[in-house]
Design a protein around this ligand. Structure first.
Ligand SMILES: [Zn+2]
Length: 62
C-alpha cells in the first residue's frame, strides 16, 4: 500500500462563494481571480471552507 500526502491547493467557502488558491511560493492562501475579478465573497462572512473537517490529505492507494 502506498500512502501519498496530497495537500489541498484550492478551497471554497460554502457560505459566500469565496475561493482561494494555495500559493506554494509564499505558502499562503491567495484569493482566486476569475475573469479579472477577485472572488472575495462577503467581507464579514465567517468562512466555512469546503476542505474543513472532512478533508483528508492522505490518499491511500492499494
Ligand atoms: Zn465565506
Amino acid at each position: 500500500m502506498t500512502v501519498e500526502i496530497v495537500p489541498p491547493t484550492e478551497r471554497a467557502c460554502t457560505r459566500c462563494g469565496r475561493r482561494d488558491v494555495w500559493d506554494a511560493e509564499t505558502e499562503n492562501w491567495v484569493i482566486e481571480t476569475v475573469d479579472g475579478e477577485r472572488r472575495v465573497g462577503r467581507p464579514h462572512c465567517v468562512h466555512e471552507w469546503d476542505i474543513n473537517g472532512s478533508y483528508n490529505p492522505v490518499r491511500r492507494t492499494a
